[in-house]
Structure formats: C-alpha cells, structure tokens
Design a protein around this ligand. Structure first.
Ligand SMILES: C[S@@+](CC[C@H](N)C(=O)[O-])C[C@H]1O[C@@H](n2cnc3c(N)ncnc32)[C@H](O)[C@@H]1O
Length: 184
C-alpha cells in the first residue's frame, strides 16, 4: 500500500512518459509547491538535479527534516519570483491547489520557468470530494485549453498508478513548452 506521506508512484509513471520525450538524468527538474519534499527527494534519488520550491517556510523545514540537503530547497513564490530555467517541472499537487481563476497565471508561471522545449509533467484531479476547497478538479479538455497558450500537449491520459483512494480520478499530462514567443 502506498504511503500518502511518501512520494507518489506517479513519479515513475510520469518519468516514463517524460523519458519517451527525451527526459533523462541529470535533467534539472523543479517541483513547484514541493511541500514536505517527498516527490522532490524521490526524483533526486533517481539522479535528477532537483529543486523543490515552496513559499512556506514550514513546508521547507519539514522537507529538510525529512530529506536533509538531498536536493536543493528554495523558498520562493512560484507565481511571482524568478528562478533559473529548468528542463522539466514535476507538478503533482501544485496546479490543483490553485483556485480556478488563477489557473492561467499558473500555466504562465510554469512556462516562464522552463527553458524552450522544457517539459511539464503534471497530474490532475478530474473529480474531488469537495468542490469548495483545494485540491480543485479540472477536466482534461479544460486543462488542454489552458496549457495550449504556452505548451504543446504531447500526452493526456488517465493515470494508471494512482493511490487506491484516487483511482479513476487522476489524469496525467506531458506538455512541451513552445519555442516560439517570449516566455512570460
Ligand atoms: C498540497 S501541498 C504539496 C504537497 C507536496 N506535493 C507533497 O507531496 O508533500 C501544496 C504546496 O504548494 C505550496 N504553494 C502554494 N502556492 C504556492 C506558491 N505560489 N509558491 C510556492 N509554493 C506554493 C504550499 O505551501 C504547499 O506546500
């Protein structure tokens, strides 16, 4: 049984999808909204050059307490602060934590923190138990519509390795940042 207090098995599922698009060790991967750092640390253990980003000092203290300096931890506001460009983003619970009216800004922030042709590896909830609080659900068609402002969507499909409590309610996206246009 997968421990909710550990990395999601979607790390491996999304990495396999990313690998088919050329993602390989030691790519620079950012984990926005990394929280206690479970997914970031897992990616680091696989040999990637990982930066976990969170604006909560408490979250980063928790990440350091659990994983030490196994990966780089950065205190920053993902929507407001500048960071060096990454090869890929691993976004498991970041996008769904933002209210629907902020989604366009999140997609722009993702694009702005990736190098041209960088990959967004994302997991999303197509249904949630309570609509009024995060995480917020989004349908695949709406996610595609938002992403296509800055990304070419390469893969969009149901997650196969969700936690049993989330089975059938998660879908995955791999999208490549467009090379034309100026990054936001
Ligand atoms: C649902 S939690 C992430 C949990 C994490 N993926 C894990 O496995 O432990 C969402 C995180 O996003 C962070 N967050 C929300 N908005 C943010 C922003 N604008 N910039 C940086 N971090 C943000 C929160 O502080 C929180 O730690």
């Amino acid at each position: 049984m997968w421990d909710m207090n550990g990395p999601t098995p979607l790390v491996e599922e999304l990495l396999a999808l990313g690998a088919s698009e050329g993602l390989s060790v030691p790519a620079r991967i950012a984990v926005p909204g990394c929280g206690y750092g479970h997914d970031a640390a897992r990616l680091g253990s696989l040999g990637f050059d990982v930066t976990g980003v969170d604006f909560s000092p408490r979250a980063l203290a928790g990440a350091r307490a659990r994983y030490g300096e196994a990966v780089r931890w950065v205190g920053a506001d993902w929507l407001e602060d500048s960071l060096p460009p990454f090869d890929a983003l691993f976004d498991h619970t970041c996008f769904p934590s933002f209210a629907p009216e902020r989604r366009g800004s999140v997609v722009a922030a993702h694009a702005g923190k990736l190098r041209p042709s960088g990959l967004w590896l994302g997991a999303f909830f197509s249904a949630v138990s309570r609509d009024a609080d995060p995480p917020y659900a989004i349908g695949p068609a709406e996610l595609r519509r938002l992403a296509e402002a800055w990304f070419d969507v390469l893969h969009l499909g149901e997650a196969k390795r969700s936690h049993p409590a989330r089975a059938g309610r998660e879908f995955l996206v791999v999208a490549r940042r467009k090379t034309d246009g100026t990054a936001p």
